[in-house]
Design a protein around this ligand. Structure first.
Ligand code: ADP
Ligand code: 5GP
Length: 201
């Protein structure tokens, strides 16, 4: 049985990284898909854990070699998901979490790959600005660019299967975990052969 693919998108600052980290820590059987990016690491970010940090030439070589399931330019940097690594994870009945932007999610949807799409919304634009400011990882200029992009990204919300408003963090986490866990118990995932042999013969 293959694992499920979960695609999570949100405007920058909505709390997606925080929620994904908490989900991964509290939920066995799901792993994070580590993207490739040309963005420089933020303080504390580790190569091979948060992202694979690469230069633009290496990234474009991977694009030309068809190594990405999807890739996009986001906030002036390139980001992409490795096809091979993602498919390897789900081959072994492990779920995979893709933290990608709305353009990348649209590419995967267009390819007809089976996945569950989750969109995280902040409670308001004002809350979003405050979260970006409090995070203290980006300059004023970058925060302004991310806020402008937020409106465009939010326009794509209706393409997603689940919409979670991240107001109280614990509540949002509970909803996110529920989405992941409920996909695991869908009828189509049970081995009918096992039910038949174990109970019905
Ligand atoms: P994203 O990955 O969506 O850009 P982050 O996870 O980095 O966002 O969160 C942005 C900031 O908002 C961080 O400082 C984080 O601690 C804070 N944050 C996340 N969720 C909440 C929440 N529910 N309430 C208040 N602050 C939050
Ligand atoms: P950040 O620079 O804050 O880590 O991420 C910026 C944006 O890039 C976020 O919306 C994040 O979801 C998105 N992103 C991260 N990895 C990928 C990826 O592999 N593909 C795409 N399309 N977007 C990504």
């Amino acid at each position: 049985m293959k694992g499920n693919i979960f695609i999570i998108s949100a405007p920058s600052g909505a709390g997606k990284t925080t929620l994904c980290r908490m989900l991964l820590e509290s939920t066995p059987g799901i792993v994070f898909s580590i993207s490739y990016t040309t963005r420089p690491p933020r303080p504390g970010e580790v190569d091979g854990k948060d992202y694979y940090f690469v230069d633009e030439k290496s990234f474009m070589d991977m694009v030309r070699a068809g190594e990405f399931l999807e890739w996009a330019e986001v906030h002036g940097n390139l980001y992409g998901t490795s096809k091979k690594k993602t498919l390897e994870i789900i081959q072994h009945n492990t779920d995979v979490l893709l933290d990608i932007d709305v353009q990348g999610a649209a590419q995967i949807r267009q390819k007809g790959i089976e996945a569950t799409y989750v969109f995280i919304l902040p409670p308001s634009l004002d809350a979003l600005r405050k979260r970006l400011e409090h995070r203290r990882t980006d300059s004023e200029e970058i925060i302004m660019r991310r806020l402008q992009n937020a409106i465009e990204e939010i326009r794509a919300y209706s393409e997603y299967d689940y919409i979670i408003v991240n107001d109280r963090l614990e509540v949002a986490l509970e909803y996110l975990r529920s989405v992941v866990l409920s996909r695991r118990v869908e009828k189509k995932r049970i081995s009918h052969e096992w039910v038949r042999k174990t109970f019905l013969t």
